[in-house]
Design a protein around this ligand. Structure first.
Ligand SMILES: C[S@@+](CC[C@H](N)C(=O)[O-])C[C@H]1O[C@@H](n2cnc3c(N)ncnc32)[C@H](O)[C@@H]1O
Length: 220
């Protein structure tokens, strides 16, 4: 599920979409649950007019900033680190503590995170984005088809993988019905622009994926 191909295809889709958004005036990139994403270190070519905000769980972010120090990497001046636990805090409050400007068209990515949160926690953050970012701002997030949690509809390999992450203390909890996503997002103030299913992701980028979806929504 969390294969390298999955990581690569979702990041590539996101960065291609971000580049198109920058051409249309986006000047802030908020990476939710950034993990060890090295975007700000890899893409100095597009940092010129872009402020980057990495939001992540305090434990993960501490680990990352520590590793950056150990490696002696220079942190670009455009990169801002904001610690936040999605289950405890509001994205709006976290961004308020930073130089994030709610008047500036922004792009958000949320990759490899929604499945670890409850449906309510995912919706709370998406609703916040719709209120703190101007019209035309975008979010790309990936999600699992809700069928992944139905033992009748999945194969034993998937069930074993879900059991493994649960045993490791990081249970995957949430999936969405792709056919309902447009109305779910509309209720939050977002327009579903694109909702790539397995076949489309495979056609565009890779072969052999299961269950993963990528969605792109626009603030109305
Ligand atoms: C699988 S990693 C994905 C990292 C990166 N976005 C990527 O695409 O490779 C999941 C990320 O979600 C973050 N995360 C999980 N639960 C979180 C929470 N409750 N609050 C904040 N971050 C959380 C973790 O700290 C981690 O950085």
């Amino acid at each position: 599920m969390n294969s390298r191909s999955n990581l690569l295809s979702r990041s590539r889709y996101t960065e291609e979409t971000l580049e198109a958004a920058i051409k249309q005036g986006t000047q802030q990139y908020v990476i939710l649950g950034a993990g060890l994403d090295t975007f700000a270190f890899r893409r100095s070519d597009i940092l010129v007019n872009l402020q980057v905000f990495e939001i992540d769980h305090p434990n993960t972010q501490n680990f990352k900033t520590q590793r950056i120090k150990e490696l002696g990497w220079a942190v670009p001046t455009q990169l801002n680190f904001i610690p936040m636990d999605f289950t405890q805090e509001s994205l709006a409050a976290a961004l308020k503590k930073s130089s994030y400007n709610p008047q500036v068209k922004s792009f958000f990515s949320w990759l490899g995170v929604t499945m670890y949160l409850t449906r309510e926690e995912v919706f709370a953050t998406l609703r916040t984005i719709a209120t703190i970012a101007p019209t035309g701002s975008r979010i790309v997030f990936d999600y699992f088809d809700i069928d992944i949690f139905d033992a009748q509809k999945t194969d034993t390999q998937i069930q074993e993988e879900l059991a493994q992450v649960q045993a490791a203390g990081e249970p995957m909890k949430t999936g969405f019905d792709p056919s309902m996503l447009a109305s779910d997002l509309a209720n939050l103030g977002l327009h579903l622009h694109e909702n790539l299913n397995q076949a489309e992701i495979q056609r565009r980028y890779l072969q052999g994926r299961k269950y993963a979806h990528i969605a792109q929504a626009v603030v109305k």
